[in-house]
Write a protein that binds this ligand. Structure first.
Ligand SMILES: Cc1ncc(C[n+]2csc(CCOP(=O)(O)OP(=O)(O)O)c2C)c(N)n1
Ligand SMILES: [Mg+2]
Length: 354
């Protein structure tokens, strides 16, 4: 077999996953894609605020999460919510995109930290968590997902430097989707790759085809095994660069046609992670058309249920202050008081969605 540039490819190996797990990866990717389509449509109808599309990136998000143990904690950014489908997708999550903090609670049962918007700001949290787990002697790794743009932030450098120096049980997954809003990869770094940056922190970096869920699984499994049980002389952390593409706009507030060519999107769609895994599962008799239809129906139903739950949420507006600070600064307290006062005067309904 040849790659897209005509070079021979090594024979692919199928990771050691059960048929149920392989079909599960396919199902979770399809559900994430369906959620994405519906969320964009809801935004267009004015039913949610801004939304960041994950289409094209399901393979690296779902595939990598299947490689983890239950006790491993996930830290993710606004475009990697596909990881939630591989764990336990909280129906309330969609409420976050409607502007309700209730949709962004930490998922203690599923071991997932709240979604982060500040580019790269959650990577130090992940490393701090990993160091804490190590000091306590707890099992579990921190797995931090972030975009290529994070690698230009101080937080990325500080976090990976700490991870190396303190040998933290952490796996870093850098989703290189070609763009940070309108900044292309070649303007993001002069390095040969994002994975190459690991060398500066004393541990290994690896690039993988992020459009291939099974390859994403395989490298994450190897990184997780290393972090759990490093051989003599090896550090625990790994930086994985998943090479993939964002099919859609940066968010629903962006128009990519002003900075990139749509022909590139079509080329990347030929490597679509869902189509590729579907072809493999059909070829190897693990799925048939009937099973695919049933998975599609189940994905539709699950997403419809998520939307129903999110739209029935009526959170207290005051809740937006609840989890930002343990001890709120006086200015934040003042704003909270002002809101409470306004609710007293105008009634809570004035702050609710119609
Ligand atoms: C600290 C910080 N600076 C700037 C922004 C504005 N911003 C939001 S997304 C983004 C680009 C991030 O690109 P990348 O890390 O590649 O992630 P992607 O959106 O491609 O998934 C920027 C600059 C922000 N959210 N946080
Ligand atoms: Mg990016």
């Amino acid at each position: 077999m040849l790659d897209f540039d005509g070079n021979p490819l090594a024979d692919a190996t199928v990771p050691d996953l059960t048929d149920e797990e392989l079909v599960g990866i396919y199902r979770d990717m399809r559900t994430a894609r369906r959620f994405d389509e519906r969320a964009i449509s809801l935004q267009r109808q004015g039913r949610i605020g801004t939304y960041a599309s994950l289409a094209g990136q399901e393979g690296s998000q779902v595939g990598s999460t299947y490689a983890l143990a239950e006790e491993d904690w996930l830290f993710y950014q606004y475009r990697e919510h596909g990881v939630l489908f591989a764990r336990e997708f909280p129906p309330e999550h969609l409420a976050y995109w409607m502007g309700y903090e209730s949709g962004n609670a930490a998922l203690a049962d599923a071991n997932v930290f709240p979604l982060n918007i500040g580019v790269g700001a959650h990577i130090p949290h992940a490393v701090g968590w990993a160091m804490g787990a190590d000091y306590r002697g707890d099992d579990g790794l921190a797995v931090a997902h972030f975009g290529d743009g994070s690698t230009s932030e101080g937080d990325f450098h500080e976090a990976l430097n700490f991870a190396g120096v303190f040998d933290a049980p952490a796996v870093f997954v850098c989703h290189n989707n070609g763009w940070a809003i309108s900044i292309p990869t070649e303007e993001q770094t002069a390095a040969e790759s994002f994975a190459a940056k690991a060398e500066a922190y004393g541990f290994e970096g690896i690039r993988v085809d992020g459009m291939d869920p099974l390859a994403s699984y395989a490298v994450t499994k190897a990184a997780a095994d290393l972090a759990r049980d490093p051989p003599e002389g090896r550090l625990r952390p790994t930086l994985i660069e998943t090479v993939e593409y964002r099919y859609g706009a940066h968010t629903t507030a962006d128009d990519p046609s002003v900075y990139r060519d749509s022909a590139a999107v079509e080329q990347w769609r030929e490597r679509d992670p869902i189509d590729r895994l579907e072809a493999f599962l059909l070829d190897t008799g693990r799925l048939d058309e009937e099973a695919i239809d049933a998975i599609e129906q189940a994905a539709d139903d699950q997403v419809a249920e998520i939307i129903d739950v999110a739209e029935s949420e009526k959170p207290d507006p005051e809740q937006m202050f609840a989890d930002a600070y343990a001890d709120a600064p006086s200015e934040i307290d003042r704003q909270r008081e002002e809101l409470i006062d306004a609710i007293d005067r105008h009634g809570k309904d004035a702050f609710e969605r119609e």
